[in-house]
Design a protein around this ligand. Structure first.
Ligand code: NAP
Length: 495
């Protein structure tokens, strides 16, 4: 076993107190808060050659976050130096690096180390972890792999015969020269609407295969002036006030999604105006206008997408794909369109985010099997049958209206308190009671009724059976309140 510098077995019957899987915002926050709680014997496993999570992986042209910069950072590590109101990918990744340095996380991070399996040892109350490099034992484990980490690659008849270039937006090939090429983009989600305006001016022709149009609002982006940066850096109350007001503004969007659907009519009107302002062709306008309620799928923010679709060299194809040939795509409209490169903007496999990793809890229970129809958790953090196991951004903690960083901080607070309880009280295992988890999820599901998310669209928020196990159905401060303390009474405890 090569346990790494943060592993010191000492007198304990295991190597580390905590093994964290994933080094994105969730994994880094976990590390920082463990240190703050006095727990230093932990490792953060990262399968890739660098930490940073989704904002390192997704570096396609135009990648940026649609949550304002000053809200998309840790509350305890605010950054006054954002250059734009909405953070570009490069700045977000640089921010994660700054955080790693500031909180001295580097000795804990093990790069190029993929989790292979984790098995709970009932007798000892520890996890046996196997990675691509070695194996070790951990008292507790935390999955912080995020739900948008496994690209979803669709299959189309004949796809394997395609002789040109093909890649997913999460595997962008910057060396590929788009100049003069005929390009097909499949998908019109959050990623595609950001990279299409970047590549369209370079290509000879772009065919955009749209299955469902998204609702898109203008992105009120602009540069942050140096005066604003100075003020935010030197007048701390101002930084907090600005962040708080931004938080409140975004939190209010939930009212339109859940409580006052009438407000959604205003959103629809603004979004339709956005289409009409840029698209003059009435047929295209109609096909770009969604037929579902705004918010049912994530509302996207972008200024340059519709003007790009109005370009001479861009054609939106609505009828789907019948077949892919070696140098063309045949649409369901029967038209064969020549193509040099296909870019898959087809999103992520949210329901199988852990992929092939084997996580076995009590009695050999496999987490993938348990979650095959949509994983359920308690407070998004613990899963019955998987003692001493925690998740950051687990089931029903996603958001369509505000910053995920806020949810990460809330969940991490709960998990750190849980881990501290296990370690301080020398508990063998802590496993959420099945009845508690069942009741919690039944309450969560009942809250979706009457919201925009059950208004009849198909989205990656839903499992194949239509259950929403992705989103948090309330205000984010409700989740903060729920995760304030670790409720040991909700758990079966062995000591
Ligand atoms: P996405 O929003 O799930 O979009 C995937 C697109 O591919 C959809 O248009 C989907 O159509 C289409 N698609 C999927 N399979 C297809 C198939 N077999 N044939 C034809 N079309 C197909 O994925 P994404 O754009 O990568 O974004 C994923 C999530 O990442 C976002 O929702 C967001 O949470 C996050 N993200 C956030 C930001 C940000 O600014 N914060 C930026 C980028 C991404 P349907 O709609 O019909 O399924």
């Amino acid at each position: 076993m090569n346990a790494g510098s943060a592993m010191t077995k000492g007198t304990k019957p295991y190597d580390v107190d905590v093994a964290i899987f994933g080094s994105g915002f969730g994994g880094l926050c976990m590390g920082i808060k463990l240190k703050e709680a006095g727990i230093d014997n932990f490792v953060i496993l990262e399968k890739d050659e660098m930490y940073g999570g989704t904002w390192r992986v997704n570096h396609y042209p135009g990648a940026a976050c649609d949550v304002p910069s000053h809200l998309y950072s840790f509350s305890f590590a605010q950054n006054a130096k954002w250059t734009r109101k909405f953070p570009p990918q490069q700045e977000l990744w640089a921010y994660t690096q700054q955080v790693v340095r500031e909180f001295k996380l580097e000795p804990h991070i093990r790069l190029n180390t993929a989790l292979v399996s984790a098995d709970f040892d009932e007798q000892l109350g520890i996890w046996r972890v196997v990675t691509s490099k070695d194996s070790f034992t951990a008292k507790t484990v935390v999955a912080a792999t995020g739900s948008l980490s496994r690209p979803s690659i669709p299959t189309f008849p004949g796809m394997e015969s395609f002789a040109g270039k093909m890649f997913h937006s999460a595997y962008w090939e910057h060396d590929y020269n788009f100049k003069g090429k005929r390009v097909a983009v499949i998908g019109t989600g959050a990623s595609a609407i950001q990279f299409i305006p970047e590549i369209a001016p370079k290509v000879a022709h772009l065919d955009l295969y749209q299955r469902t149009p998204p609702w898109i609002m203008p992105r009120p982006d602009r540069k942050i002036t140096s005066v604003e940066q100075w003020l935010l850096q030197h007048v701390k109350p101002m930084q907090w006030l600005y962040r708080f007001l931004t938080y409140l503004r975004y939190e209010m969007r939930l009212v339109a999604f859940t409580k006052l659907p009438v407000l959604n009519r205003l959103v629809r009107k603004a979004a339709v105006n956005n289409i009409n302002q840029h698209i003059k062709d009435p047929v295209l306008r109609a096909r770009l206008t969604p037929d579902y309620t705004p918010g049912c799928k994530r509302i996207l923010l972008m200024n340059t997408y519709y003007p790009t679709l109005a370009r001479e060299n861009v054609k939106v194809v609505f009828d789907g794909i019948q077949e892919i040939r070696s140098n063309s795509i045949v649409g369901k409209d029967g038209v064969e369109r020549p193509v040099d490169a296909i870019i898959l903007g087809t999103g992520f496999d949210v329901q199988h985010a852990l992929g092939e990793v084997e996580i076995h809890g009590r009695d050999g229970k496999n987490l993938r099997e348990v979650g095959k129809d949509g994983l359920e958790a308690y407070k998004g953090c613990t899963v019955t049958g998987f003692p001493n196991f925690f998740m950051v951004t687990g089931p029903n903690t996603g958001l369509g209206h505000n910053s995920m960083i806020y949810m990460i901080e809330s969940g991490v607070n709960y998990i750190v308190k849980g881990i501290k309880t296990i370690l301080d009280e020398k508990l063998t295992s802590v496993d959420v009671k099945p009845g508690v988890q069942r009741q919690y999820n039944s309450d969560i599901q009942s809250r979706f009724s009457g919201t925009v998310w059950t208004s009849g669209c198909k989205s990656w928020y839903l499992t194949s059976t239509g259950k929403n196990n992705t989103l948090w159905p309330g205000f984010t401060w409700e989740y903060r309140h729920l995760t304030k303390r670790f409720d040991l009474a909700s758990y079966d405890v062995a000591s």
